[in-house]
Structure formats: structure tokens, C-alpha cells
Write a protein that binds this ligand. Structure first.
Ligand SMILES: [Mg+2]
Length: 374
């Protein structure tokens, strides 16, 4: 591949409904979209979702990161091995700009694959995308009425796997859990605290008062408070899911995994793209640590498709998948057809939104994403 240019823009797509949790209240996307054009007139896109409370990134910081590296990337990235080398050589810069790098890397992989006339999976050397992918119903911190309505909708769709964003107020959260269990008695429910508590003792007290024992609890403590996390892991049988506390492979080492109650939420954007996410998923898989393939609230079909690469490759270790809300949450998507779950929370690939003739991520982008025809 020879790169003609790399450009970026921010993407602000309104949501159909607000999504709230302990660290954020969101009504529109906060996204960077990168376009790479090749001298062969192929066009690739990449998406990243900077979140101040996860990776300390901002949209303007992402644009500055791209500006800083555009010339280097344009001159030096021609193949997937060039890309892997660049990633190795810039590990620390990517550690502090993972969402920015994710958007860039995905656009390079997409453009490169199109130049080669093949899928992302072929470019990465993994098996072709196929099969059925099961998603989790994710419930934000809504009012009781809105929460109940969403539960009813999810149960009507056939979901039986739920993730509930909690407030840390035991009575309020217990009522919401009861709402889910009354509507779906067999539901598997995990909770996401988004870093509510400071100490293991506070988390244990909360769990002991809750009306039911969750399947797992995500991010109860402050991000990367590994000492307190290890104290909690030693004292609770409830699996703890690491999300904000696990952003790169450097976060593997301080965590005590001897109790078998650690899960990791792997999200392509926070981990700095697909190549780094694959390396981390491989590390976790080899250590028999269960993986959740997570998502960014408000991601488009592009990040949903990128996450499918991981779910497809690491299916044995993946215990849940999140995202694929498409135009159920977004007012519009960047593709002609939104890649999203259907009945029972399942996404069957290849389906209507996957066009293998499109190569790369095999999704058909709208033609005016950068104001001009691509
Ligand atoms: Mg989370």
C-alpha cells in the first residue's frame, strides 16, 4: 500500500436516548473518525472513542496526535508488518493515546486490506468472519420508569444476559435487579460500577446487602488501584471484571490472578487498536482468564465490526459481548446498513450489513463522511 493521505474529523451523532453511568452522562457520540486514502484510490476508515475517565484522552488531543504522526505514517506504512513495527516502536505514545491510535490503525488496516483485495481477517492472518455472536443487554443508570421500560423491551427481544450500571446505593440497585429478575428469572446479570468505591471493604459491604449475587462485578474500585483490587479478589468469590483498570499489557502483571475470579473487558478503542487488542486477548487466553469483548457507548458499525474480529478469533475464551446497538441508540450510522444485533441479541455473520465484496471491514460506508464523495 502507498498512502495518498490520512485525514481526521470528529463525529457527533445524537443518541435516541441518553446513556448514563457513574462516570458519564452521554447524549451524543464523542468520536474521532480517520480516513486513509491510497494511491490505488482505495479508502479505509477507522474509529476511536476518547474518554477522559478511561484513558485521559480528548478529541482535540486525538487530532493533535494524528497531526504529529501523519507524515511518518504516510511515508513508512506499506504493509501489516510495517504497522506492527511502528506499534512496537511507539508503545508508550500509544499507551497514552490509545483511542487516537485505534482510529488511525483501523483506517490503515481497512485501506490496506482493500488495496490487497481481501478482508481484515485475511490481512491479520485469522480465520474468516462467520458464525453467530451473542450480545448482552446493557442497562444504564436510568430512572426506575425508563429502566423498567428498557427491561421490558430487552426481554421482549429475547435477551437473557444483562449488564446493569449501578449507582452504589444498595436499595436503588436492588430494586433494579429485581425488575430484571422478575421479567427474566433466568437472567445472567453482571454489574458495572464504573469506579464507585475506594476500598475493598466498601465493595464487600455493598455486595453483602444486595438482593442477589451478581454473575460478576465490573470496576468497583478506582482505576488501577491494584493493591486494593488484590485485597478484594482475595476476599470475594464474585468475579471482578477489569475495564478502566486494564488498558494495556502492562496492567497484567500487578493483578493477582491466583483466585480465578478475574475477567477482563477488552475494548478495541481503549486498548489502542486491533493489533494490540489481539496481543492482549492472546495473553489472557493463554492465562485462561475469561474475556468480555466490550464496546464504547455510541460506537458506530465500524468499531462493532472491529470487535467482531476479536470475538471471531477468541471465541473459546469470550464469555460475553457488548455493543452492536447501531441505530437502536444512534440516530444515524456511518454505514448504509447498521451492523447490530437482532432477535435474542444475536448477530449472524455474514448478514445484511456485511458485504464481503467491499473487502477491509466489509461494511459499506456512506459516501459523504468527509464532505466529499469517497
Ligand atoms: Mg465498563
Amino acid at each position: 500500500m502507498n498512502i495518498r493521505d490520512i485525514q481526521a474529523r470528529t463525529l457527533e451523532i445524537p443518541f435516541r436516548l441518553n446513556f448514563k453511568h457513574h462516570s458519564a452522562d452521554r447524549s451524543r457520540t464523542q468520536t474521532i473518525l480517520v480516513r486513509t486514502r491510497t494511491l490505488n484510490e482505495h479508502v479505509g476508515f477507522g474509529e476511536g472513542c476518547p474518554r477522559e475517565y478511561v484513558t485521559s484522552e480528548t478529541l482535540s488531543g486525538c487530532l493533535a496526535f494524528l497531526e504529529q504522526h501523519t507524515t511518518d505514517l504516510t511515508d513508512n506504512i506499506h504493509s501489516v508488518s510495517d504497522l506492527a513495527t511502528w506499534i512496537d516502536q511507539h508503545e508508550h505514545q500509544i499507551d497514552t493515546n490509545p483511542a487516537a491510535w485505534c482510529a488511525i490503525e483501523l483506517s490503515l488496516l481497512d485501506a490496506m486490506s482493500k488495496d490487497l483485495g481481501q478482508s481484515i481477517e485475511a490481512t491479520l492472518g485469522t480465520r474468516p468472519l462467520s458464525g453467530t455472536f451473542q450480545y448482552t443487554a446493557v442497562l444504564g443508570d436510568n430512572s426506575q420508569t425508563a429502566f423498567a421500560e428498557l427491561v421490558t423491551r430487552y426481554v421482549a427481544l429475547g435477551f437473557d444476559d444483562f449488564k446493569v450500571k449501578i449507582t452504589g446505593e444498595e436499595k436503588n440497585d436492588s430494586e433494579k435487579l429485581s425488575l430484571v429478575l422478575n421479567a427474566a428469572p433466568e437472567a445472567r446479570i453482571r454489574l458495572d460500577a464504573n469506579n464507585i468505591w475506594e476500598t475493598a471493604g466498601e465493595v464487600l459491604a455493598y455486595l453483602s446487602e444486595l438482593s442477589c449475587t451478581p454473575y460478576a462485578l465490573e470496576e468497583p474500585l478506582q482505576p488501577r488501584a491494584f493493591g486494593e483490587l488484590n485485597r478484594l479478589l482475595a476476599k470475594t468469590p464474585v468475579p471482578i471484571i477489569l475495564d478502566e483498570s486494564f488498558l494495556n499489557k502492562g496492567h497484567f502483571e500487578p493483578i493477582d490472578t491466583t483466585n480465578d475470579n478475574v475477567f477482563v473487558n477488552v475494548r478495541v478503542s481503549k486498548m489502542g487498536g486491533l493489533i494490540r487488542s489481539r496481543a492482549i486477548a492472546r495473553l489472557l487466553s493463554d492465562a485462561h482468564i475469561p474475556i468480555i469483548i466490550g464496546a464504547q457507548v455510541g460506537e458506530t458499525s465500524l468499531l462493532t465490526r472491529a470487535a467482531l474480529c476479536l470475538a471471531n478469533e477468541f471465541d473459546d475464551g469470550v464469555i460475553a459481548q457488548e455493543g452492536a446497538f447501531g441505530t437502536l441508540l444512534l440516530e444515524t450510522d456511518i454505514t448504509d446498513e447498521s451492523l447490530m444485533f437482532g432477535s435474542n441479541g444475536r448477530l449472524v455473520c455474514p448478514g445484511a450489513a456485511i458485504d464481503v465484496a467491499a473487502n477491509g471491514f466489509e461494511i459499506r460506508y456512506k459516501s459523504d463522511l468527509f464532505g466529499t464523495n469517497v
